[in-house]
Design a protein around this ligand. Sequence first.
Ligand SMILES: NC(=O)c1ccc[n+]([C@@H]2O[C@H](COP(=O)([O-])OP(=O)(O)OC[C@H]3O[C@@H](n4cnc5c(N)ncnc54)[C@H](O)[C@@H]3O)[C@@H](O)[C@H]2O)c1
Length: 509
Amino acid sequence: MAGVGSTLPPSAVIAVIGAGRMGAGIAAVAAGVHHRVMLYDAVEGAAARGRDGVAADWAALVARGKLSEADAARRLSRIEVVTDLSGLTPADLVIEAIIEDMAIKASLFRHLEAIVGDGTILTTNTSSLSVTALAGGMKQARRFAGFHFFNPAPVMPLVEVIGTSATDPAIVATLVETARAWGKSPVCCAATPGFIVNRVARPFYAESMRLLAEQAADVATLDAVMRGSGLFRMGAFELTDMIGHDVNFAVTKSVYEAFFQDPRYRPSLVQQALVESGALGRKSGRGFYDYAAGAKPPLAKDLPVGPRLDRIVVRGDLGPATALADLAKANGIIVESAAGDGVIEFAGLTLALTDGRTATERSTDETPVVLFDYSPDFAAASRIAIAAPDGAAADVVAQAAGFFQALGKAVSRLDDVPGLLVMRTVAMLVNEALDVVHQAVASAADVDVAMIKGAGYPSGPLAMGKAVGAIRLLAVLETLARAYPEGRYRPSPLLRRAAATPSAGASWV
Ligand SMILES: NC(=O)c1ccc[n+]([C@@H]2O[C@H](COP(=O)([O-])OP(=O)(O)OC[C@H]3O[C@@H](n4cnc5c(N)ncnc54)[C@H](O)[C@@H]3O)[C@@H](O)[C@H]2O)c1
């Protein structure tokens, strides 16, 4: 087997089976580097259409001056349409990207094993089927792996390389090195449900949907908090509207079922209702938002400008919110320091970063406690979410808003829900990522790369966790687990261990 354990040589022939959205994109990637690519599809004319689509994409690049006409022609000449599966015998690497159906994929691989030589590497681009089950039906499972590209394949840098217990580690190494040579960012992952990205990303959607169901705030406000405070590129509602609720809900359901209905991954009734009503997001003109022509996008709710204050007392260490003291000083507020447990006091109220408990639980009759949500960078945050105790006087909310407004932030009020939005989402992302590492699904470094390159997160979940700190995250999750005793928020054993080590949080794994 030529080149096994290292990059496939430029002379290696790549066969792509299924010339739909993914197959055509993967063919473009391989031919764009230097490989001869054989493109096959079961539907007559589909492979030629796939090749034409790639040609059109490259023509657009030529028109924008990003690719020379000669290069586009050279690349295209490397993609050969094959009309019979038996024509794929010369392939050194086969990438299957056909319909997501276990029986059809399994039958294809049975046929392929009889067509290709023993040295050919066989891979599947499946997003949700069991790579192990596919391997189980093969004669030579040692040369079979998952090779999971993201959509659109020519643009998205991440490739998950999924080895089963039967896969030869040298094959995994070859796929990793080949993906790297193709300009991608490969990560290794065990053959488990959702691989890395589709598993670790679940709470990103789930926590926003859960807070919406609990009326914590409206769609536009929750999205704005995820962007403005969480510093994510998009909120969960605008993102799932873009992905399509049929697609996103199907992934959630498949991960939930694959984990034997673990409450961690329970799908949202809110999203199910969208799917059932045909509100699939942008593509159907309506999802969480209305995309009809002339529809006005709803605005996030900002609290009105509160009173300007001139002095605060910072009690103890603000932890991940330490930057607030400097921001206050920079905005002309006098900051006094005193002993205490990491809160800010002014005008008879206490302001505290959420630790999972509600503001109502933390307040006393004498001192109302207003909570604020987490931001990975309070200086860069454009918005802060706060929650006030039940029955809080209007001036308490206004005073708290006034503080953050004095720092140049928009302020949104959430209902007094445990863990608020960003803290809750980050805690669950970190927790899931730690379980992935704990269960040897992937390394900590690969999980972070996968979520940055595959999901566009501003930083990897393990880096996010380190910034919040293991002790704080454990407290948030334990409090959430008490508030929702259904098992969803149970802390990862690895988080408990990190929190128990003397350097808690400094090193994760
Ligand atoms: N679309 C995505 O975002 C995405 C991302 C990553 C992985 N995937 C996975 O990639 C695979 C393909 O997805 P897609 O979105 O490109 O689908 P698609 O529907 O766009 O394309 C599938 C193609 O496979 C062909 N096909 C079906 N059965 C075949 C067979 N037996 N032999 C040969 N060709 C056959 C179809 O004619 C079609 O052209 C699926 O396994 C999917 O889970 C999809």
